[in-house]
Design a protein. Structure first.
Length: 348
């Protein structure tokens, strides 16, 4: 397979690129290299003969078209997106530009390329638009997000992703472009930018900084180890039905406070200090519009395509904490640059 990955220098995109290169696929990563995209995340595969990189903004339609024409992909994995809720509260315009206009450009570049393919390759071509469970809004104490759950986004980020999902669906129904959509729960694992909850807690704890917990810490998320998500994406692209959506979740619901406590326990075991790390926990003002609970029903993916998450929350967290302990060379420069040090997303 020849796979073009947008946003392939980001957290999930780089994990996908590393996996596909390791599987022998020819991979082209397209990334603008904003604050969230780092070539260091691709360093393990950077010298591979079956890997290539192009610094392209997905809002540049002409450059996208040139990349398609030169690389001739069999599949497009569209992961390029602004994805941090706190940032979206302060800089909503960037989310509209990348997540909506950028997705439009990716779909149009894919369509123009797909329509010119010979019939056999045209039938095999796929575009996988990778989205989030946040488009569904907030759950109560019970229930799960299904593929037919009505959309109810609550933040500029989730609203822009919901709009992108609708564009992807429209390009399938209107133009016949073989698009699939995946909606995943909260990812975690190696190479995650230290502005998201788990790496922030790990690195703040190592540095003796306060461990910020929004509100009462009772917001619930379904946690998915990034490599399990990557396996799901490859399966959906290979065997999924065009025009369908597939929810990807780890079936690992935890409150934010439970997550923070688990990180502290692991650090107490692997990076002992004079006092327990949990003593650094500090409750801070909640995020505006903070959804209370997300939980994914991954039955369609599990029953139709046979996917199963390989990591439990316990094993995935152990691997994640150990990775950050062993890889200061990756996250150190980001912390020195201020990534994840100052809180964002508070209304002025």
């Amino acid at each position: 397979m020849r796979a073009l990955i947008t946003g392939g220098a980001g957290f999930i995109g780089s994990a996908l690129a590393r996996h596909l290169v390791g599987q022998g696929a020819d991979v082209l990563v397209v990334d603008k290299l904003t604050y969230a995209g780092h070539l260091s995340s691709l360093e393990p595969v950077a010298k591979a003969a079956n890997f290539a990189f192009a610094q392209i903004d997905i809002c540049d339609r002409a450059k996208l078209g040139e990349a398609f024409a030169a690389f001739q992909p069999d599949a497009v994995f569209h992961l390029a997106a602004e994805s941090h809720v706190d940032r979206s509260i302060e800089h909503a315009h960037e989310f509209i530009a990348t997540n909506l206009v950028g997705t439009f450009n990716v779909l149009e570049a894919s369509r123009a390329y797909w329509e010119a393919l010979p019939q056999e390759r045209k039938q095999a071509f796929r575009v996988l638009h990778v989205s989030t469970d946040e488009v569904y809004g907030s759950l109560g104490a019970d229930g799960l997000f299904r593929e037919d759950t009505p959309y109810d986004p609550r933040s500029p980020y989730s609203a822009s992703k919901a709009g992108a999902d609708h564009l992807a669906s429209a390009w399938f129904h209107t133009y016949g472009l073989p698009v699939l959509i995946s909606n995943c729960s909260n990812n975690y694992g190696p190479y995650q930018l230290p502005e998201k909850l788990i790496p922030v807690i790990i690195l703040n704890a190592l540095e003796g900084r306060p461990l910020p917990v929004y509100g009462d810490g009772g917001n619930i998320r379904d946690w998915l180890y990034v490599d399990d998500h990557v396996e799901a994406l490859c399966l959906i692209a290979a065997k999924g039905e065009a025009g369908r959506c597939y929810n990807v979740g780890g079936r690992n619901e935890r409150t934010n406070l439970q997550v923070v406590h688990r990180v502290c326990e692991l650090l107490d075991a692997h990076a002992k200090k004079a006092s327990a790390h949990k003593e650094l926990i500090t409750f801070v003002a909640d995020r505006p519009g903070h959804d209370r609970r997300y939980a994914i029903d991954a039955t369609r993916l599990e029953s139709e395509l046979g996917w199963r998450a390989g990591e439990t929350f316990e094993t995935g967290m152990e691997r994640t904490v150990r990775w950050y302990l062993d890889n200061e060379s990756w996250w150190g420069p980001l912390r020195k640059a201020g990534v994840g040090v100052k809180r964002q997303g508070l209304l002025k």
